[in-house]
Design a protein around this ligand. Structure first.
Ligand code: SAH
Length: 362
């Protein structure tokens, strides 16, 4: 039996919940705030490390609670420094997180759900089907477990992107709760402007997100230049077609420092023609936005391929000639792609590493 299995995990509780917990132990509320700071800012994993709490309170906590990170099932290291983590959750489900170090910053690509319901035709997570939402604790656990494994210091420049498994806007309550703790200076301490949520475009949820003061940045998976093409790739487009998506994007209240990001996965012979690029420029005209072009990361289970690199550059040039900032997202961890095949042999499917794209430096 894994350590602490009989004890409730405190990971995922916010400040108020930990204050209430302290009170339930007969302690003043501020003891809960110390607990919060210890778990998320100091990243303490044993109650004995919470030296600012009284010994009897620590013992009482330890009898009933634990601070549990998800268990590392497997780890795949790339020559370029990227590391893909496969985490085992308490119920046996598996999720992936990718660590991508760069010279001046590090990006973590987080999962928001086990599997995904949206069935995008090119996506490996879609092959898993929809399993369940992650809890805020499981989202925070990905960050803290990777930070611990890679010795990412507090204060290191960290970017967090919800571009792993799942659709974050279909798990908005838990994603928001996790983001609140991640972005809190007394919590994990990653500024909101370094946290990006990527969505297929669940329109009512984008509108809900727009009303949240503590919202992260927004990226939208466009992936196509017209409705017929997008519906063929992303069934959700039948429910929320492009005109509606762009209308909601135009109404989205951007903060002064913010822009929208549109992701465009380039699929050879499918959405990579000059005419597609021109249509994308028309769709995005006038928006404060940039495009991340992602050459498809292929795998044996699905028929799509990446276009030749010249095509990717030509597509980018058409956009930039039309004053749409466009960046090519170079895939990280190409050499650990083989591991994806391995995983799927075991009945698991995972997204290939380029799905976890780092934000560009601009
Ligand atoms: N559901 C959310 C977040 C997860 S997917 C969304 O769709 O945005 C994150 C990004 O990875 C999306 O832009 C998606 O289009 C892209 N993606 C998925 N599979 C990919 C693959 N095999 N190669 C390249 N990009 C991929």
């Amino acid at each position: 039996m894994a350590l602490g299995e009989h004890r409730d995990n405190l990971l995922g509780l916010n400040r108020e919940e930990l204050e209430n917990l302290a009170v339930s132990f007969g302690q003043p509320r501020y003891r809960g705030r110390q607990l919060y700071h210890g778990i998320y800012a100091r990243r303490v994993r044993e109650f004995s490390g919470l030296t600012d709490l009284r010994g009897d309170f620590r013992d009482a906590l330890a009898a009933r609670h634990a601070i549990l990170y998800p268990q590392v099932e497997r780890e795949f290291s790339s020559r370029d420094g990227a590391v893909r983590y496969l985490f085992r959750l308490h119920d046996g489900n598996l999720v992936e997180t990718v660590y991508m170090p760069e010279e001046e910053r590090t990006t973590l690509c987080l999962s928001s759900q086990v599997g995904c319901a949206l069935d995008c035709r090119f996506c490996f997570t879609a092959l898993l089907g929809s399993k369940r939402n992650l809890t805020a604790g499981e989202i925070l656990g990905q960050v803290l477990a990777v930070a611990a494994g890679q010795n990412v210091a507090r204060g290191a420049r960290l970017n967090l992107v919800f571009m792993g498994m799942g659709e974050p806007l279909l798990n908005l309550p838990q994603v928001s709760k996790a983001v609140g703790i991640l972005a809190d200076r007394e919590g994990v301490g990653v500024p909101l402007r370094r946290i990006t949520l990527s969505t297929v475009g669940i329109l009512p949820r984008i509108e809900e997100l727009a009303r949240k003061p503590g919202r992260p940045k927004l990226a939208i998976s466009l992936n196509a230049s017209h409705d017929e093409q997008r519906s063929a790739l992303m069934p959700i487009n039948k429910k929320y077609p492009l005109a509606d998506l762009l209308r909601v994007c135009r109404a989205y209240p951007l903060r002064p420092w913010e822009h929208l990001t549109f992701e465009y996965v380039l699929l050879d012979g499918f959405n990579d023609a000059d005419a597609d690029a021109r249509r994308v420029a028309d769709l995005l005209r006038g928006l404060r936005a940039k495009v991340n072009l992602i050459p498809y990361n292929s795998g044996p289970e699905l028929p799509f391929r990446a276009p030749p690199f010249e095509r990717v550059v030509a597509f980018q040039n058409i956009l930039t000639d039309r004053y749409i900032p466009a960046f090519i997202r170079i895939s990280r961890g190409q050499d650990i792609r083989a591991a994806c095949g391995q995983l799927s042999l075991e009945g698991l499917n995972c997204k290939s590493p380029s799905a976890w794209v780092a934000e560009d430096r601009g």
